[in-house]
Design a protein. Structure first.
Length: 437
């Protein structure tokens, strides 16, 4: 990745957990002329390489090169270090493919200055990474969140980063935190919730952490409070996007209010707008728009989506928020997740937060489902903690939500499931639950 940037080549890091069909879509959409692939992943990608019209070079890293490819060692043989390419800060440097929670992959373009912009804003003002820090990010570096956490921020100050192959399971991450002793940890809400469930019942966790951060989805209040009680360390919950390259709205060290997404990261401007495009008042729900130096210029080869998302300096996030009088933002859901019950807007996330406060629940997702009269009502899908008794869980969750946030917001149906459908970054795919509701 860094070598490509130095050479002036546009780099496109790819998720190593995708299917062959998605790799085919991305390779054709990007029109990449060269592919670097690990030997371990080659068999997954190989079926879609033969008839690709643009690929000229396939480099296999860490193993033998099959016919029609070249090994990384042979590719590099005979080459001497070159001078850094003469590029402009506004030249496109790399793309990150994002499908969000739905849809086909979109190539999000970023310029060279974007990396420095995230390091100078969130990296400096919120994350606060220092030269003597050891950073571990559960999110991989092919995600915007992981790229900043594990590469841009630590490399910008000479810190050390921990990189591990494989999926970040709760047990595996706990072991890494205990054995490798990182000082900064970057996770996602579903992982923090699952880890907290694993740690419950034992002694206070013996980690070397001084700070944790979370993004991908809003962190449930109960998870943040529980994590701090178990570890003595705060989680800075924040909101970012591939389009903005990293977090632009966050809680800050020493000023954490769980249940909120915090305030604008210095260097970014925020607006909340209604359906008419005008800014909404304090206490009202609106779509979040953000402006900042790290914003993408658009989606590759998707002009209509670019025009719908990027409006001058403003980028539409698709997230619905409420701004409190103290300036903090409260997450209400995606624009297509909110629904009305008896004429009143219901935020799935608010209901989910209430449900996850139940002592038997690890995580929950809430969607709209139609009752016998065809009217929309909340339906909850819940994952229970290991060993939790599911008897009476339906009635106890309904009572909890009614008492906590309002009579009309309680889930009319509660379905216990083994797990929730998620994207590779841990975002709950509510559209899949809606389709089956």
């Amino acid at each position: 990745f860094w070598g490509a940037l130095k050479a002036g080549v546009v780099a496109v890091p790819l998720n190593t957990l995708l299917s062959a069909s998605i790799y085919d879509v991305i390779l054709r959409d990007s029109r990449a002329s060269a592919l670097f692939v690990s030997a371990a992943l080659y068999d997954t990608v190989a079926p879609v390489l033969g008839d690709n019209p643009c690929l000229r070079t396939i480099v296999v890293v860490g193993g033998a090169a099959p016919a029609g490819t070249i090994s990384y060692d042979d590719f590099m043989a005979g080459h001497e270090p070159a001078e850094t390419a003469d590029v402009s800060p506004d030249d496109v440097a790399f793309w990150l493919y994002s499908s969000g929670s739905t849809g086909q992959p979109k190539g999000v373009t970023h310029v060279h200055r974007s990396l420095a912009a995230t390091a100078d804003t969130y990296g400096t003002n919120v994350f606060g990474v220092q030269e003597d820090d050891l950073v571990y990010s559960a999110a991989k570096i092919f995600f915007a969140y992981g790229l900043g956490n594990a590469m841009t921020f630590p490399m910008s100050v000479g810190a050390t980063t921990l990189l591990f192959a494989g999926r970040p399971t709760p047990d595996g991450v706990i072991d890494i935190l205990a054995s490798q002793r990182p000082t900064l940890f970057c996770g996602v809400p579903t992982l923090f919730s699952a880890m907290l469930a694993q740690l419950e019942g034992g002694a206070k966790a013996d980690f070397a952490l001084r700070l944790c951060i979370s993004a991908g989805e809003a962190l449930p209040e109960a998870t943040g409070i529980g994590w701090h009680a178990k570890t003595g360390v705060d989680i800075l919950d924040g909101v970012g996007s591939t389009e903005m390259l990293h977090i632009f709205l966050s809680n800050c060290e020493g000023d954490v209010v769980y249940g909120t997404s915090g305030v604008a990261v210095p260097g970014y401007d925020l607006r909340l707008v209604g359906e008419d495009g005008n800014e909404v008042d304090v206490g009202e729900i609106g779509e979040l728009l953000v402006a900042g130096e790290s914003a993408s210029d658009g989606y590759w080869n998707q002009r209509d989506k670019s025009r719908a998302t990027f409006e001058g300096v403003w980028t539409r996030t698709g997230d619905k928020y409420e701004r409190r009088a103290d300036g903090r933002y409260i997450y209400c859901g995606r624009t297509d997740d909110l629904f009305k019950v008896s004429g009143i807007w219901v935020s799935p996330f608010e209901v989910e937060q209430s449900i996850t406060a139940h002592p038997s629940v690890v995580e929950a997702a809430v969607v709209a489902a139609a009752d016998d009269a065809g009217l929309l009502k909340p339906k909850a899908f819940v994952v229970l903690k290991d060993g939790a008794d599911s008897q009476d869980i339906d009635s106890s969750i309904k009572s909890l939500v009614q008492d906590d946030i309002g009579k009309w917001k309680y889930p009319r149906w509660v379905e216990v499931v083994d797990d929730l459908p998620k994207t590779a970054t841990g975002k709950i795919q509510r559209f899949k639950l809606r389709d089956g509701a």
